[in-house]
Ligand binder design. Structure first.
Ligand code: SF4
Length: 165
């Protein structure tokens, strides 16, 4: 079962997806995960269904009526955030639960609504297959320089190796 974070990393960088899944974690990656967790706890103090574990496999931030809710610090990675939400909606639909998504961006104070279309479902199915194929590879996908790299927790890891080549 693919996790929400893996689906997000798939969109951001396939190499990051591989490194993260294989347990290669960097200190600042861990800090970011903790930061996100605190943010979630503060964001939904009253929603009883905060952090719902679906089938013991993936966790939703919160369910609020017809919506699945997620909170993010900033909208810098909004495409990946949207894809992650579509994945949750897809998995819920497979279990007979039809929901829409709401992503709240605290920095920009904006909320994005996400609805799952048939086209999105196909994109998610394709992504799941590709993620499994990537993770079966013995080595990480090669480094592709992305604008995001300088902000990535694996920056030093990726670029130090590159310098040795
Ligand atoms: S530094 Fe760049 S290439 Fe390396 S994992 Fe991060 S985003 Fe991917």
């Amino acid at each position: 079962m693919v996790s929400g974070v893996q689906m997000q990393y798939y969109k951001v960088c396939k190499r990051k997806l591989w490194l993260f899944t294989k347990g290669i974690t960097m200190e600042n990656e861990h800090e970011r995960v903790v930061e996100g967790k605190i943010l979630h706890e503060r964001a939904y103090p009253r929603l009883e269904e905060r952090e719902i574990l679906v089938d013991n496999t993936f966790k939703l931030d919160a369910l609020d009526g017809e919506y699945v809710r997620e909170i993010k610090i900033s909208s810098k990675m909004s495409d990946a955030d949207r894809f992650q939400m579509l994945y949750y909606l897809y998995e819920l639909k497979k279990r007979g639960i039809i929901k829409k998504g709401l992503i709240s961006y605290t920095k920009e104070r904006k909320i994005e609504e996400v609805e799952l279309t048939e086209k999105d479902e196909k994109a998610i199915e394709k992504a799941i297959k590709e993620i499994h194929a990537i993770l079966q590879q013995p080595h990480p996908p090669s480094l592709k320089k992305l604008p995001y790299c300088s902000k990535c927790a694996y920056y030093e890891f990726c670029y130090a190796l590159e310098g040795d080549e």
